[in-house]
Structures are given as C-alpha cells and as structure tokens.
Design a protein around this ligand. Structure first.
Ligand SMILES: NC(=O)c1ccc[n+]([C@@H]2O[C@H](COP(=O)([O-])OP(=O)(O)OC[C@H]3O[C@@H](n4cnc5c(N)ncnc54)[C@H](O)[C@@H]3O)[C@@H](O)[C@H]2O)c1
Length: 255
C-alpha cells in the first residue's frame, strides 16, 4: 500500500520542476492530487500525465499571491476528493539581480510570490487539513544564508522560515504540522532546466556529489516524508537538502 493511499494532497507550483516531481510521487503513493499552478496548461499536462497512470489528479489554475486563488484550490480539493490531507506549498519565483540593481518592484514581486504566497497558502490550508494533516513549504538554502545576487528572493525565503515556525502551533492540537524544505541548487526551470521531470523508483535515487545539483525528485521525496505520518514528531522545522554544501566551512573545493 502507498504512503498516501486514500489521501488527498494539494501541490502548488506543480506544473514544473520540484512541484511536478512531487505531484507525480504523491500520486504514485496513492494520493488524489490537486495540481495547482499559475501556468494552467502546464498544470493540466501534469494532471493528465498522472491520470494516465491510473491515479486521480485535478488541475487548478491559481496565482498563490492571491487570497481567493488559495481558497479556491483548497475548495477544489475538498469538492473533488472529499478532504485535504496534506499540502505542499511549493510555488515560487527567482530573480537574480546584484543588490545595487535590485528594485522596489522586484522586491515586492519576490515577496508577493514567495512569502505572501506561502502565508496565504497556509491561511487557506491549515484550517482545512484533516486531523493529523501536514503542510510543507518550499523555502531555500538562501532562506538560511544570504544570497548577494538575489537579495529580494533570499529575504523572502528567510521570511518563509519564520512563517513555518510561527504557524506551527496554530493547529497543532489537531495534529496539524507545518515544516519547510530548504533546497540547494536543483535542476529545474529556475536554473534553466525546463520541463516536467521524469520519476525513478524512489529506492534507486543516486546521491548528489558534494555541493552538486539535486534532482527535483530528491526534494519531492523529502516533501512526501514531511507530509506523511512518518514525520509525526517534526513540527515547525526546516530541513536542508543541498548535498552538504552548507554543512561545513570552508566549503570543499569543487571536484
Ligand atoms: N531550483 C532550485 O535551485 C531551487 C532552490 C531552492 C529553492 N527552490 C524553490 O523551489 C520551488 C519550486 O521551484 P522549481 O525549482 O521547481 O522551479 P520551476 O520554475 O520549475 O517551478 C516553479 C513553478 O511555480 C509556478 N509559479 C510561479 N509563480 C507562481 C504563482 N504566483 N502562483 C502559482 N504558481 C506559480 C511556476 O509556474 C512553475 O510551474 C520554488 O519555491 C523555488 O523558490 C528552488
């Protein structure tokens, strides 16, 4: 039996990269998946890919920076699948700009998508999750250390970690947990590698070389763990998946 047999799971940013890998993996593990993204066609394509495997999936076009869209994707999960058992709030956007050239417009955009999006997502999801449900949010290693080439993004991701911690008590009496993931570099569109990632059997994944690029599925597997009862003792935390880069100083020279 799959880890999410009979469960309904919402994934945002699910048209591409980490979210697309996670949506496929949740479905493989038995979940009915709401595939949410502002890219409607992309979300529909991932939902269709999942349905072709025999699993249940429903695409929703949603801009996570809008409160109504967040409420609508939760409603879609409950209307379609009868409940919401876990949510992976993963949508995000990255803009690389030296601090000297950083603009107020970009700062506000990075905060609207990456931080306000996570806030509105948690506001919509947490009260709706079933008992012992879990929310997982994608932050970033640049939410733990500064990123000189992307100050607005990095600042917003620091905020995501504060949000995860600050929201973790809110519904804990019902067993609801909130945790974050801080990926290092992952091979996705954000780093110029476009497309819906293919999925390998989870037990065959290869380790990333020190400080190398992770696959979307490496992050997806962590999201599944944090969204499942297997991580029932973990709440208000973030887990770093960066192939060891931030673990020690000075960094090892590249191989
Ligand atoms: N790829 C990396 O190296 C890396 C590292 C650390 C953190 N992250 C984070 O991982 C998450 C997923 O990114 P990815 O690497 O898979 O990139 P990606 O570009 O492949 O996927 C991001 C998805 O989010 C969607 N999206 C963007 N803005 C949205 C909005 N306002 N509403 C709804 N959907 C929106 C995009 O359409 C896209 O499908 C992001 O939060 C990102 O910040 C990525």
């Amino acid at each position: 039996m799959g880890m999410f047999e009979g469960k309904a799971v919402l994934v945002t940013g699910a048209a591409s990269g980490i979210g697309a890998a996670a949506a496929q993996r949740f479905a493989e593990e038995g979940a009915a998946v709401v595939v949410a993204d502002m890219n409607r066609d992309g979300a529909e394509a991932v939902a269709e890919l999942i349905r072709k495997t025999g699993a249940r999936a429903h695409a929703v076009a949603a801009d996570v920076a809008k409160a109504d869209d967040n409420q609508a994707m939760v409603k879609a999960a409950i209307d379609r699948f009868g409940a919401l058992d876990a949510a992976y709030l993963n949508a995000g956007a990255y803009v690389q700009t030296p601090f000297e050239e950083e603009t107020e417009v970009n700062f506000e955009r990075m905060f609207a998508i990456n931080l306000k999006g996570a806030f509105l997502g948690l506001k919509a999801v947490l009260p709706a999750l079933s008992k012992n449900g879990a929310a997982v949010v994608t932050a970033s290693t640049s939410g733990v250390i500064g990123l000189g080439v992307a100050a607005a993004y990095s600042s917003a991701k620091h905020g995501v970690i504060g949000l995860v911690r600050s929201s973790s008590q809110a519904f804990a009496a019902r067993g609801t947990r909130v945790n974050g993931i801080c990926p290092g570099p992952v091979a996705t569109a954000i780093l110029g590698i476009e497309g819906v990632p293919s999925i390998a059997p989870a037990d065959t994944l290869e380790a990333t070389p020190y400080a190398g690029m992770l696959t979307p599925q490496h992050i997806a597997e962590l999201a599944l763990f944090l969204a499942s009862p297997r991580s029932g003792g973990i709440n208000g935390q973030y887990m770093i998946a960066d192939a060891g880069f931030l673990a020690s100083y000075p960094p090892m020279p590249a191989a």
